[in-house]
Design a protein around this ligand. Structure first.
Ligand SMILES: [Cu+2]
Length: 432
């Protein structure tokens, strides 16, 4: 597991800049800009960039508020990176094959993203980590101390997941759902168990499926150690229910419940996902698992013979690209019989990368884009379809070529990271 926590809250007494001298040796550079007058704690930490993987190690650093943070960052890549934390005005180039020291004071509490600020290739946009700055007096300190040992969290996998979220019909006819965001350890099925945040304790969250025009009431409880929100992606709802922190609502604090109520419109493959506690942490919350499908069926819905919903997500720092919370070969295949009409609803709920989804042995028609039906004359016939973050596509094909056929992401690093499923014909005997 790459994710590590480094917690330091020791008191070092008054730190005075003038009292320090830095030794310059070899490729170590010292950045002395923006040194503080004083800080009551300090943390010196070695950070590595894992070679050719666009990952920080550690990728989660926890410090107390007011700490002078000194990071000795080693970049063994043959290309430059950068280290930036926008909120603290830190942006430092990290030249290739060298160690650079970056200093700043973590002057206020919260979760902050540190990221690569120099474009460096394929993994650039995923090269992120989290700096958690704990305020000394918050309840969160005690809470985080309690869960820093990751083994305290329940370990779950796609085998524990429910496919669809059940509901009750209230006296006023509204469909009522209970949703929570939970802190768990998630097993993607490849032996790696990763600290995650999931709706109702699973990745992705359970599919919510309703009929167009239904009024839905979703009682959401935040059981995370951080504030969050829920956004209903692609639904034309009333503005106060849109789930954007600081814009349509206050962030939902740990332990709080917020009730979302809206009319499900228009029909189509939509999804729900965190919008973070502010604009800066949405990506982190998404990639830790806070997304699920929201399918609105039209009133006259004619279900195909076989229907699948795939939520495509990413844990870039861990090299994991799951389908419905599992990596190949743990992913569920699509089981068909010859002649079936098969619909796959694909949702890219990752924060950064696109997925050219490719089906072997068949052509499919793209029947919906972002949930909205494509007129028949305009439906493209394809076998590979790129899906950008935030997009959804419904594709349909006729099972007319018996066999065992892969259906996978053709960004082959993603395939290697698990984004592979298959179409399997019942009774087919053959192959290797
Ligand atoms: Cu991909």
């Amino acid at each position: 597991m790459i994710q590590k926590h480094v917690v330091l809250r020791a008191l070092f007494g008054l730190y005075v800049v003038a009292g320090f001298a830095f030794v310059l040796t070899g490729t170590v550079q010292v950045v002395s800009a923006a040194l503080p007058q004083s800080a009551d704690q300090e943390l010196e930490l070695d950070v590595d960039i894992i070679k050719n993987r666009w990952q920080w190690d550690p990728d989660h650093i926890t410090v107390g508020e007011g700490t002078l943070v000194r990071l000795n960052i080693t970049n063994d890549d043959d290309y430059d990176h950068g280290f930036a934390v926008s909120e603290f005005g830190v942006d430092q180039r990290l030249p290739a094959n060298s160690t650079t020291t970056v200093e700043f004071v973590a002057s206020r509490a919260g979760d902050f993203t540190f990221f690569c600020s120099v474009y460096c290739g394929a993994g650039h946009f995923g090269q992120r980590g989290t700096l958690t700055v704990l305020s000394d007096d918050s309840d969160r300190v005690a809470y985080e101390d309690g869960i820093t040992a990751e083994s305290d969290l329940p370990i779950r996998s796609h085998k524990d997941s429910v496919e669809r979220l059940g509901y009750t019909i209230a006296e006023d006819g509204v469909k009522e759902f209970e949703l929570s965001a939970d802190h768990i350890m998630w097993d993607y099925g490849d032996g790696h168990v990763i600290e995650s945040w999931g709706y109702n304790g699973q990745l992705p969250g359970p599919e919510i499926r309703v009929t167009e025009g239904d009024t839905v009431r979703i009682s959401f409880t935040n059981k995370l150690p951080v504030a969050t929100t829920v956004h209903w992606h692609g639904i034309d709802l009333v503005n106060p229910m849109d789930g954007v922190p600081g814009y349509t609502q206050d962030p939902i604090e740990p332990g709080e419940t917020f009730v979302y109520e809206f009319v499900a419109y228009p029909a189509g493959t939509r999804f729900y996902h965190t919008h973070g506690s502010h604009h800066g942490d949405e990506a982190q919350q998404m990639d830790m698992g806070l997304a699920g499908a929201f399918v609105v069926e039209p009133r006259d819905y004619q279900a195909p013979d076989v229907e699948k919903t795939w939520v495509l997500t990413e844990r870039i720092r861990d090299g994991i690209f799951p389908i419905n919370g599992a990596v190949y070969p743990e992913t569920d295949p699509i089981r068909v019989v010859e002649g079936d009409r098969v619909r796959v609803r694909m949702i890219n709920a990752g924060s950064a990368t696109f997925h050219p989804m490719h089906l072997h042995g068949h052509q499919f028609k793209v029947i919906s884009v972002d949930g909205n039906p494509v007129p028949e004359a305009a439906q493209l016939t394809r076998n590979t379809l790129p899906i950008l973050p935030g997009e959804t596509y419904d594709v349909e094909f006729i099972a007319d070529n018996p066999g065992l056929w892969l259906f996978h992401c053709h960004e082959l690093n993603h395939a290697a990271g698990g984004m592979i499923s298959a179409v399997i014909y019942d009774d087919y005997i053959g192959g290797h």
